[in-house]
Design a binder for this molecule. Structure first.
Ligand code: ZN
Length: 161
């Protein structure tokens, strides 16, 4: 999706009443032109500047998470060799077919995607600068990450109220 379309969607969504007391956007802005547009949109609407939460997960942790998935080519059941492994390694519990790794989850493909992602997000984090960006260690267990995010969100509400 092009920047113009994404920007228009965000602009119309944050104009709705449930966004009056603040809102959290997930994965936007993703490019510097989007960030520039978003900054002027907030200004136009008389809203405070954005705060950014950077969910940081080391590449190695992402790669090992993503490459842990296996799929049965017959029944399409999904396994995870770390958290949901089949009874017999490499074989589907239901039909004993040999599990496969999806092409887009192979390590090289994942590493390429991570590099592309870093090339996009690096400039955005720089554009906002350290005073606007707070980093959460996303490699911690999901419940801990959720708690950290909730604590930050309420802090934002307080500072912007
Ligand atoms: Zn199966």
């Amino acid at each position: 999706m092009g920047d113009d379309i994404v920007n228009a969607i965000v602009a119309s969504r944050i104009a709705r009443p449930d966004c009056q007391k603040g809102f959290l956007l997930d994965g936007y802005p993703r490019t510097v032109p989007q960030a520039t547009f978003f900054a002027s949109l907030l200004k136009q609407r008389g809203l405070p500047e954005a705060s950014v939460i950077h969910l940081d997960v080391p590449d190695e942790a992402l790669v090992s998470r993503l490459t842990a998935r296996r799929q049965c080519p017959l029944c399409l059941r999904i396994y995870n060799v770390i958290s949901q492994s089949p009874r017999n390694p490499g074989l589907c519990d239901d039909d004993s077919a040999t599990l496969t790794i999806r092409e887009d989850e192979q390590e090289l493909v994942i590493r390429k995607r991570l590099r592309a992602y870093d090339e996009l997000t690096g400039p955005i984090l720089k554009w906002y600068g350290p005073s606007k960006v707070r980093t959460v260690d996303g490699s911690r267990p999901a419940a801990e990450v959720a708690r950290a995010l909730a604590a930050m969100a309420s802090e934002f509400v307080l500072t912007h109220a």
